[in-house]
Design a protein around this ligand. Structure first.
Ligand code: SF4
Length: 158
């Protein structure tokens, strides 16, 4: 793992990012929004519903756990002009756009930047901070990829 930190990347000087809560990564094409068992408990508590009721009403099973349901237009069930569970949103959402797949090349990062207006805004994340986030979200991103598709639903807005 040390090698990960000693390599050189296009983001060696860091990247500025601050979520504008535009919803571009919460809407668009359908995809998987992976939630693990701890997140299920946390979100259910936040919504003041029982865990079973939350699972039945808001989630569907996937190979490695659960995903949040979506509206027929592909919007996350919790997105309606803003995220209704923002303080307790899943790791997959919390760590976007600092996903391995977005950072694996400058070309890919530029594509992500075209879709996320938060990139280039706000505080600068250092290379180490970015790599720490990539490591922390790897599990969620891998599990969301074990299904047909994952959300980031790439193209709806902006
Ligand atoms: S696309 Fe970027 S700015 Fe918009 S909600 Fe997602 S992370 Fe935030």
């Amino acid at each position: 793992m040390k090698k990960l930190y000693h390599r050189s990347y296009f983001f060696d000087q860091g990247i500025c990012f601050e979520c504008r809560q535009c919803g571009a990564c919460c809407t668009g094409d359908p995809g998987t929004i992976y939630v693990d068992s701890d997140e299920i408990v946390r979100i259910a508590e936040y919504l003041s519903v029982g865990v079973s009721a939350f699972i039945d009403g808001y989630l569907y099973p996937i190979k490695e756990g659960h995903s949040i349901k979506e509206h027929s237009d592909g919007r996350c069930l919790f997105y309606d002009n803003g995220c209704a569970i923002y303080p307790v949103r899943p790791e997959q959402c919390r760590t976007f756009p600092f996903w391995f797949e977005n950072l694996r090349s400058l070309k890919k990062w530029k594509q992500t930047s075209d879709q996320c207006p938060g990139i280039g805004c706000g505080p600068r994340y250092s290379k180490v901070q970015i790599l720490d986030i990539v490591r922390s979200n790897m599990d969620a991103v891998i599990k969301s990829h074990l299904t047909d598709s994952h959300k980031y639903r790439s193209t709806k807005t902006p």
